[in-house]
Design a binder for this molecule. Structure first.
Ligand code: GLP
Length: 241
């Protein structure tokens, strides 16, 4: 793993955006694996700026998102589809038909999971998968456990994850109990993975994920098995390494 500790959050966001933009310069039709949560917001803001300045185009790119809450329509303000529209897609030139976020409101979620995998097969493999990390080591919504599921699947969210995400919903009771998520197998098929974390509250889990045992009890630790992983941290998140 290539671990870089940047001296500011701004520098971290700019570095991550530059990695994505450089990929698109060398491969305009690249498939990007995108993430939600608070971590990528600054990266997306940088990418939108770079697009406005004519430094990058997404016109031929494809994107696929990691996950989506079950039971929220794409139009729901807290859906990850809304998040992606608000923070990235509406600011850049990617055709919306080239973007895929799982539909957590699909009547047949098993078919939706299969369709997500098929979209990755059709336009992939994912050239660059962007990841954040949950406080318990989850990636996407792959929660710690005795085992993990390889492919895109429906997952029950841990209470800790629901309470961490309650800040976006205002009330924990409004946070969905399930999500559709790419599996760890799906994630590990990406050609390159870029995990980004900032803040002291991520320092412990970053240490466990990067230097601890490879275990399903810390899903992010499985990234140690991938041959091309870039980890971008600020000094606080990298403080326990
Ligand atoms: C959610 C997302 C993850 C994300 C995590 C961390 O659970 N499904 O993809 O990595 O939150 O969020 P944050 O970046 O806000 O710390």
């Amino acid at each position: 793993m290539n671990i870089r500790i940047l001296n500011s959050r701004e520098n971290l966001n700019a570095t991550a955006a530059t990695v994505i933009a450089s990929l698109l310069l060398s491969k305009p039709q690249a498939m990007l694996g995108l993430a939600t949560g608070s971590t990528p917001i600054g990266i997306y803001r940088h990418l939108a700026d770079m697009y406005r300045k004519g430094q990058v185009s997404f016109a031929r790119a494809y994107s696929v998102n990691l996950d989506e809450y079950v039971g929220l329509s794409p139009e729901h303000p807290q859906s990850y589809r809304s998040f992606m529209n608000e923070h990235l897609f509406q600011h850049i030139d990617i055709p919306i038909s080239h973007t895929r976020v799982p539909n957590g409101n699909a009547l047949n979620l098993t078919a939706e999971c299969a369709a997500h995998e098929q979209a990755i097969l059709d336009h992939g493999p994912v050239d660059l998968q962007l990841l954040g990390i949950g406080h318990n080591g989850h990636i996407g919504f792959n929660e710690p456990g005795h085992s993990l599921t390889g492919a895109t699947h429906v997952v029950d969210l841990k209470e800790r994850t629901r309470s961490a995400n309650a800040r976006f919903f205002g009330d924990i009771n409004a946070v969905p109990r399930q999500a559709v998520t790419m599996g760890v197998g799906t994630i590990l098929k990406a050609k390159q993975i870029m995990l980004v974390a900032f803040g002291a509250e991520k320092a412990d889990i970053i240490r466990q994920a990067l230097t601890g045992p490879v275990t399903t009890e810390c899903p992010a630790s499985l990234l140690q098995c991938h041959p091309n992983v870039l980890i971008l941290l600020d000094q606080e998140a990298g403080g326990w390494l």
